[in-house]
Design a protein around this ligand. Structure first.
Ligand code: PMP
Length: 302
């Protein structure tokens, strides 16, 4: 395969049949988003949001791009802005992984850290402050930009339909900004209204009504209900403990040769729970958003 730019490698990731034996003969399939060039599902978003900004005239030749991010969106944005030679500032709560922060810098972005205890809300506030003080700046703001769910509605979701070519009984995925879950759910339910949409969150996320508190599962979990959820029907919200998520991260490496991050572990733990409740021969589709290699400094396999 001859390519002219890494941006051509974004999307069209493999869907793996995990071949896990489930008594009712259901199957769990996982979309392996680590195979995007920046290593996560968020490369799709970076490319889509920057292109949407250019198309709408909000981004011009010298615009400084500023974004609050847990890391993977930052990498996806930095990949996209590099192609267009746009200066980029990423605002990241300091608790997020060392490797992700190194990768953002490697791509040429400037990093600003905010205190961990202020959460993603602290990073959002800081990004807005920097933007207000910077001439010709643009904040894509993944947490409310309609291009976020649209990125997944137009790319990931149609790929799932083509990859599987069988009815999807349940779609299960975590939510950080909620863009992946909302965009894919909207598309899949348009194709087949019987598809169940099940959102996964770690303990400490607020969707199931519990109080917000820190968790080890990285990339998913919300401090506020994503505005994109207004546009979709959610059939169930499953809360997965950090322990259960990391147990599946280890099992996936040992049994499947898959190095995935903890949000993938949570997605598999939830899929296994849901599998028991579905009719025989169900097809469960989930997303594995990134690789564990960007969390190795957190000793996740110990
Ligand atoms: N998993 C990981 C590792 C992530 O970085 C993210 C994005 N924060 C997600 C899942 C959730 O994606 P979304 O923001 O589309 O809800």
């Amino acid at each position: 395969m001859l390519i002219k730019s890494v941006s051509q490698l974004i999307g069209h990731t493999p869907l793996i049949d995990l071949q896990i034996t489930i008594p009712n003969n259901s199957h769990i399939y996982a979309k392996l988003e680590m195979f995007n060039p920046g290593g996560s599902v968020k490369d799709r978003l970076g490319q889509f949001m920057i292109q949407a900004g250019i198309d709408s005239g909000k981004i011009t030749a010298d615009t400084t791009i500023i974004e609050p991010t847990a890391g993977n969106t930052g990498i996806g944005i930095a990949l996209a802005t590099q192609q267009h030679h746009l200066p980029t500032i990423l605002v990241v709560p300091e608790k997020f992984s060392f490797e992700k922060q190194q990768l953002m810098k490697a791509l040429g972005a400037r990093l600003i850290n905010t205190p961990s205890e202020l959460g993603i809300k602290g990073a959002i506030k800081k990004a807005n402050e920097i933007a207000a003080a910077t001439d010709n700046s643009y904040v894509p703001m993944q947490f409310k930009n309609p291009a976020n769910p649209a990125a997944y509605y137009h790319t990931l979701a149609p790929e799932l339909i083509v990859d599987l070519d069988e009815p999807i009984t349940a779609f299960i995925a975590g939510a950080g900004s909620g863009g992946t879950f909302a965009g894919v759910t909207k598309y899949l339910k348009e194709q087949d209204p019987t598809t169940k949409a099940i959102v996964v969150e770690p303990e400490g996320s607020i969707l199931n009504g519990g109080p917000a508190h820190p968790h080890r599962t990285e990339g998913i979990g919300v401090e506020f209900v994503p505005p994109f959820f207004k546009d979709i029907t959610i059939d169930q919200t499953l809360t997965i403990s950090d322990a259960d998520a990391f147990k599946q991260v280890k099992a996936l490496a040992r049994t499947q040769g898959l190095f995935v991050g903890s949000s993938s572990g949570a997605a598999l733990a939830a899929s296994l729970k849901v599998a028991e409740t579905l009719p025989p021969n169900s097809n469960i589709v989930t997303i594995f958003p990134d690789s564990s290699e960007r969390y190795l400094s957190e000793n996740i396999y110990d």
